[in-house]
Design a protein around this ligand. Sequence first.
Ligand code: TYD
Ligand code: MG
Length: 454
Amino acid sequence: MAKNTTRFVCQACGAVSAKWAGRCEVCAEWNTIAEEPAESRPGPAARPGRKLALETLAGSADPPPRLLTGIGELDRVLGGGLVAASAVLVGGDPGIGKSTLLLQAAASLARAGKKVLYVSGEEAAEQIRMRARRLGLADAPLSLAASINARDIAAVLESERDLSMAVIDSIQTMWLDNIESAPGTVTQVRASAFELIRIAKQRGFSLVLVGHVTKEGTLAGPRVLEHMVDSVLHFEGDRGHQFRILRGTKNRFGATDEIGVFEMTDRGLTEVLNPSALFLAERRGHIAGSAVFAGLEGSRPVLLEIQALLSANPGGSPRRSVVGWDGSRLAMLLAVLEARCDLKLAGLDVYLNVAGGLRISEPAADLAVAAALTSAATGKPTDAGAVYFGEVGLSGEVRQVAQAEARLKEAAKLGFERAVLPRRVARGNRAAVAEGLTVNEVGHLADLVQQFTK
Ligand code: TYD
Ligand code: MG
């Protein structure tokens, strides 16, 4: 029988094909297929399958034990701390601060008397020591290793007793000697991760894998990795800004919509306990085209400034440029403003920006975006003491959104005096009055536009 010695593996999704192609047929990514040595075929089973002990749904259902890292923002995104015998993948662009965050978390746990192992495949031990000194963590009793050999690391993990947490920085550098593919290929990454995760589950420690992100924003190569771990956290933020956002995108043990906010300082990452104040810090009131959105990130209210700029486009098709929000949502809102509220926007370039670099995915931002656009179109500033929230429908109606009370509380806390919100958020209104805010109910987007044009 002819035996294939190589095969072609998509580095994005892990699909295997017999021949090379420019585009993966499974995930439709371009230029992701690479040649790898064929894996050895499984031989006959060494032993017949053993019968499993079956269980019922109503078994003992204690919540899994949690380990608090002492970094509150990280613990929140994890859903209340690290879970024993679980694997977490932390992804993010190079240089965003993954190693820094995890070294801080590892050191904090070590100081609390837990046994922690930090393995770096990217940096030498001396480099990590230097970073620890810079962070003021040099005295933390954590064990350090610099290695890319997944088998050696597995041996350490198997032999360490009472290990609480192990950090592998990064999984893309790891390498198993019985697999012929090069380090960083999807086969290597998957096999190394599988081996390390297996040990974590067996020995009961929390495994944290660091993963790099490609230009397209997916975890490089190991999209397959996301299925293997219990939680996936993304560390994001742009280098121009000091702050970083940790966002959970998968969590088998908690909610996925929580964010943690950090600031990168010369002494590492510090937690930002009041993100709204940070996001609004550079806001200048009384400028046309700016409105404050009372948003919600997970369970936490966050105030953000939304900025709009319109400029005449002499011919050609007008530009629509959005940073931090959904482009098709903007197109819809522009159409509603034109068709239902008589606002002339055709032939104008529209630029929309969520100041500070956060990405909003809530439809509740519609009203604030509409206010920023209307303000830009009329040249009249929005009320600097007002926050906006509400979803806008296609006929221009303003709809209620969840958790009005939490949004209003946050607005009052930051010194805002007025809230522009959907009609009939009765409970929200009571909360607003209790917080000393005046409310301005809008039932239709045209009511809002009128406030600028009258
Ligand atoms: P790092 O944690 O190495 O990023 P990653 O592991 O995600 O690649 O962070 C690197 C950046 O952080 C680097 O540009 C320097 C900066 N930094 C600080 O600003 N302050 C600090 O205390 C540290 C340790 C790093
Ligand atoms: Mg790093």
